[in-house]
Write a protein that binds this ligand. Structure first.
Ligand SMILES: [Zn+2]
Length: 254
C-alpha cells in the first residue's frame, strides 16, 4: 500500500488508526484471515454505499455502530482496496472499515498456580464473605464459553486505575487458563505507575443504580488478550468509578 493521499489532522481521540478508501470484492478472490489483535468493523452491507458523513464520523472516532464486526483469526472477504487517489465511483460498492487493535499486555512466568473459579457473568457473588450483595463479572474458565467482542479503550483504562485500589486480595495467584502467561501484570493506579499483578485481587465497582460488581483483576488480561467482552452495565460502572467520560455504548458483542 502506498502513502496515504490525505491524513486527517488531530487523529482520533482513541488513538486508533483507520484506513479509509474505496474498494470492491473480486469474485473468486476468497477469504483472508483477520490478523491477530485486529478487528474489522463494517458499517454498511455489501453493495451499499457508505454515506460520506458516516465515513467521516468513523475516521474522526465518533461512536458509530458497525453492522458487523469480525474478530482476530476470523475469515473476512479478501477485498481489494483501490490504489492511489480515490476514483472509484458508481458501479463499485463503497465500503468502510475501521481497524481496532486491542491493547497489549506484558506477561511474565512463574508463580504458584491455582485454578480459577468459574462463575457466569452477572450471577450472585459468593466467592468470599461480603456484607453487600454483588454480581460476578469476568470469572472465566476454558470449560465454559464467554462473551467476546469489542470493548472501548476507556474501559481498559478505567480498570487499570481501579485494579490498583483493590479491596480484596485473593488467596494465591490465579493464572490464565487460556494461555501460558501465568503471571500477567499491568501498570495501573491514577498515575499508571503502580505495578499490579493480575490474578491476585478483585476489582469492585458500584453501578449508577447501586448494583455492586466483583471481578477478578485477571479480567483485564482476558479483555486485552482473549477478546473478553464484559457486560455493558459493568463497563459503564467501571468507567464512571474511574472518573472517565462515559459513552452511550462501551461494548459491542461479536
Ligand atoms: Zn491468557
Amino acid at each position: 500500500m502506498g502513502p496515504a493521499a490525505e491524513r486527517i489532522p488531530g487523529g482520533r481521540p482513541d488513538g486508533q488508526a483507520v484506513i479509509a478508501g474505496h474498494g470492491w470484492y473480486v469474485r473468486g478472490t476468497g477469504d483472508m484471515q483477520m490478523p491477530s489483535g485486529t478487528w474489522g468493523c463494517f458499517y454498511v452491507e455489501d453493495g451499499i454505499g457508505l454515506r460520506q458523513s458516516v465515513g467521516l464520523a468513523i475516521e474522526k472516532g465518533e461512536q458509530i455502530k458497525p453492522t458487523k464486526i469480525v474478530g482476530p483469526g476470523k475469515p473476512v472477504p479478501n477485498y481489494t482496496v483501490a490504489p492511489g487517489p480515490c476514483s472509484a465511483r458508481s458501479s463499485n460498492p463503497t465500503w468502510g472499515r475501521s481497524i481496532w487493535r486491542s491493547a497489549g499486555s506484558t506477561a511474565t512466568r512463574g508463580a504458584e498456580e491455582q485454578e480459577m473459579t468459574y462463575y457466569p457473568d452477572l450471577s450472585p457473588y459468593s466467592y468470599d464473605q461480603s456484607s453487600r450483595d454483588m454480581l460476578n463479572v469476568g470469572w472465566l474458565s476454558p470449560k465454559h464459553g464467554y462473551s467476546k467482542g469489542l470493548v472501548d479503550e476507556r474501559v481498559v483504562e478505567a480498570l487499570k486505575v481501579l485494579c490498583a485500589a483493590y479491596e480484596n486480595q485473593m488467596r494465591g495467584i490465579h493464572h490464565c487458563e487460556f494461555c501460558d502467561a501465568d503471571r500477567p501484570f499491568v501498570f495501573g493506579g491514577p498515575t499508571s505507575n503502580t505495578k499490579v499483578l493480575l490474578g491476585s485481587a478483585e476489582i469492585r465497582v458500584e453501578g449508577e443504580d447501586g448494583t455492586y460488581y466483583a471481578a477478578p483483576n485477571l479480567m483485564l488480561h482476558y479483555m486485552t488478550e482473549h477478546e473478553y467482552c464484559p457486560p455493558e452495565d459493568f463497563c459503564q460502572a467501571a468507567v464512571r468509578a474511574a472518573g472517565l467520560e462515559a459513552a452511550e455504548e462501551l461494548t459491542l458483542v461479536e
